[in-house]
Write a protein that binds this ligand. Sequence first.
Ligand SMILES: [Zn+2]
Length: 296
Amino acid sequence: MTRLPLALPLALPLMALLAACTQTAPTDEAGNESGNEAAATPASVTLARLDCGSIEVSDLSVFSVAGSYKGVDKTLTDSCYLIRHGDDLMLWDTGLPGDLVGKGQQGEAPMKMRLDASLVDQLAALGIAPGDIDVVGISHLHDDHTGQLAMFPNAKLLTGKGDWDAITAAKPDQRINVAPYAHWAKDGGSVEPVSGDHDVFGDGSVVMLDLTGHTPGHTGLKVVTPGKTYLLTGDVAHFHANYDANDVPTWNTDKAASVESLKRFKALAEEAGATVVIQHDPADIGLVPAATASAK
Ligand SMILES: [Zn+2]
């Protein structure tokens, strides 16, 4: 695996690791609702989950500054999301590297990774071409979130400014795989480094949340659909146990900030009455409709 030697050190130190939803409006060819509402009507918003792989962790202790989970194993999921906002299509995170497809489990303990289908192929099944994606939001710069970013060069990239500064530094940290960002960092791709919270479409329905600590520019995402508000964690927590305990991974760039971000995330979720989706926890896969289902 050419990319794995790079990916693994990252994924390890970085790995901490994501369904469908809706707000009203006319539907598109993929078909949610139909009908034509007035221009003043909020755009229809849906959220759907795409499968971006799995990560088998043989020892979860690296996910705990408190020293928990020694010797405990767990298979994490790797989630990506498709958001439809009116006629705009947005991806949230891009999962494990696409060159893992068809190779079975790759990598070495404590983390082995697997990807069965690329994002491009999953989107194609929905009638969506890579060039149809208008916006890609990345929760943070780790390989298990940026793996297939390069497949969407036409999209505007949204990323936390702290991460963007790390990627575009004169000498980036060797653990950071900057390759997926090359189009935006060097070749003129459209990019917007985000500071603080960022209202993606200007109507409050899709908002990147400033949750620094896991990485310098780590973010989560709020998605407001007609019947439900979702808060996607990014990697503010990787599974329910560390979410509940306010425990954070040993490799986070700022552990104190990570805990504060986790507390902020919980407060925002309570305030919004939101469904919390821990992107890497397999237990939360069913909280968001699979993209195939939402397209009906
Ligand atoms: Zn992750």
